[in-house]
Design a protein around this ligand. Sequence first.
Ligand SMILES: [Zn+2]
Length: 103
Amino acid sequence: MREGLLPMPLYEYRCVDCGPFDVSAPMSDVRPTTACPACAAESLRAVTAPRLGRGRTAAMRVLDSTARTASEPAVVSGAIPGSPRTPPRPVTTDPRHRMLPRP
Ligand SMILES: [Zn+2]
């Protein structure tokens, strides 16, 4: 895998004058201070969790919805609309069994 394709975590820095800004850098190259992109002042890194993803992926949404159904199952009040109801299959096809008493 090429270096450019690797996702890099985002780190938050805070400029005293301009406020917070994000810097994307490899974990091995994180510095405690960096220059503000607006005023070039030396800015301290804020203590935050590194944001490794670029938002919620499809896999994260599926995992979240699956975990939610475990604690909050959807209430089912009937058959799924549009699903055909299959008639019960006869237990036997022997014509003599039709004469037996039925419950
Ligand atoms: Zn600044």
